[in-house]
Write a protein that binds this ligand. Structure first.
Ligand SMILES: Cc1ncc(COP(=O)(O)O)c(C=O)c1O
Length: 429
């Protein structure tokens, strides 16, 4: 083991032995190389001649760049072209952290880590796989999940999934969740929850959120060590007053010494910048110290450095500018209203067409970008094909379920969309 990895492990072990138990072999071995090129570059910063860094500079010290690119972006070249640190732009990390309790008031005063920047949420999830998952890991999660988890956790790190039915009695399947947690024999548990959920568009109610947290707390109290990964990709898009409007991170960041809550979030869906590729990973654990959070950030940044080096500077700079703009909140509200209006219209259309129940039932939805319908008898793939060929309509088919992205459907076409699905179901029987 590299001495820098051993140093980090010592810090983590001293601060919280349960967190040490949670790390995979890869997670134990990773470190951020502070004593190599990076530290020599840092020491040379501000010197009269600095011949350390692997970028190119003009004779006046500004980034050497092509005006075919620079002329298209109004940011100064220094905010576009250089590398960002592997941990992310410090100003952006600080701003994102500052906003966490604004968006999640219950988080106020709870010590959490400084977020580390990743190349959007997929990469954040993958890096958590790096730190915490291996062939021995079983990840507990609902059976309606973002299919890319297969590649991120199973293909890449060999983890398997223990799934429970997402819904029961018209809401989140709290009993199924508790049963899955109890069934898992391992003392080390990885739990992955994604709300608002892709594909269902469901977020827990206040009561369900409390129950989920209680289940996690009871498992920890009984001796389990838990990494609770919260995929908050669609955070903030709660369209219904029954929904617990904060991230579950608010309720779990200081839940128990043996619960390491990890918030994975970012502007991808929250701020509608899908192709920018910026995300954040934030840790929270009861009694979490700066030393512990620093060591975890070092490990995460080390994994990032060895994987993609760092996230794009131009995207981080643009996002920071947006977060600090006086118009940000109002513009965000406007886009929220657009999506909420569509979600409300979907509910209205379904309520106005009881005949649809002959062919499909809606699954619970109240948030995010999507909703799902469960087909009564028709084959979902056949319905999807029929929709494409006969009705010029695209949807996503899973086993027995169709996912509808109302986020991407013009408001004026929502009624037609469901009419088409109904007809296609009738056509294929
Ligand atoms: C649940 C969920 N998590 C994560 C992601 C990935 O987000 P990003 O584009 O930021 O990598 C998606 C994207 O569809 C998603 O639906």
């Amino acid at each position: 083991m590299h001495p820098e990895a051993a140093d980090l492990n010592r810090i983590i072990e001293q601060a919280n032995p349960a967190v040490m138990e949670l790390l995979s072999e890869r997670g134990r071995n990773i470190y951020f190389p502070k004593r190599g090129i990076l530290s020599q570059s840092a020491e040379a910063k501000g010197k009269k001649i600095n011949a350390t860094i692997g970028t190119a500079l003009e004779d006046d010290g500004s980034p050497l760049c092509l005006s075919t690119i620079a002329s298209k972006v109004s940011l100064p070249p220094a905010q576009i072209f250089p590398y960002a640190p592997s941990y992310g732009d410090p100003a952006l990390r600080a701003e994102w952290k500052k906003l966490l309790p604004v968006k999640n008031p219950t988080l106020a005063g709870k010590p959490v880590s400084l977020p580390v920047v990743t190349i959007a949420l997929t990469h954040g999830l993958s890096m958590l796989g790096y730190l915490f998952a291996d062939e021995k890991t079983t990840i507990i999660m609902p059976d309606l999940y973002w299919e890319n988890y297969d590649l991120v956790f199973s293909n890449a790190y060999g983890a398997s999934f223990a799934q429970f039915p997402t819904f029961a009695n018209g809401g989140f399947n709290v009993d199924g969740f508790v049963a899955a947690v109890k069934k898992s024999a391992s003392k080390k548990k990885v739990i992955l929850l994604n709300f608002p959920n892709n594909p269902s568009g469901y977020s827990p109610t206040h009561d369900e959120a409390k129950k989920i947290v209680t289940i996690v707390n009871e498992a920890a109290a009984a001796g389990d060590s838990i990494v609770l990964i919260l995929d908050d990709a669609y955070f903030g898009l709660a369209f219904d007053d029954t929904v617990y409007p904060e991230s579950l991170f608010s309720l779990t960041a200081d839940l128990h010494e043996r619960v390491l809550a990890v918030k994975v979030d970012g502007p991808t869906k929250e701020d509608y910048v899908w192709g920018f590729r910026v995300g954040f990973v934030t840790f929270g654990v009861k009694g979490g110290s700066d030393a512990l959070y620093g060591a975890l950030a070092d490990k995460l940044a080390g994994a990032i450095r060895g994987n993609v080096s760092n996230a794009p500077m131009i995207s981080q700079s643009l996002i920071l500018q947006s977060l600090q703009s006086p118009d940000y909140a109002a513009q965000k509200q406007e886009k929220f209203n657009t999506l909420k209006k569509r979600c409300t219209l979907v509910k209205k259309v379904l309520a106005e067409h009881p005949e649809y129940k002959d062919c499909f039932e809606q699954l619970p939805f109240n948030s995010g970008y999507f909703m799902c319908i469960k087909l009564r008898s028709a084959d979902s793939e056949k319905v999807r094909q029929r929709l494409l060929t006969q009705y010029s309509t695209g949807v996503i088919a899973f086993a027995g379920i169709i996912r509808v992205a109302f986020s991407a459907t013009p408001t004026g076409k929502i009624e037609e969309l469901f009419d088409n699905i109904y007809r296609a179901c009738k056509d294929v029987g």
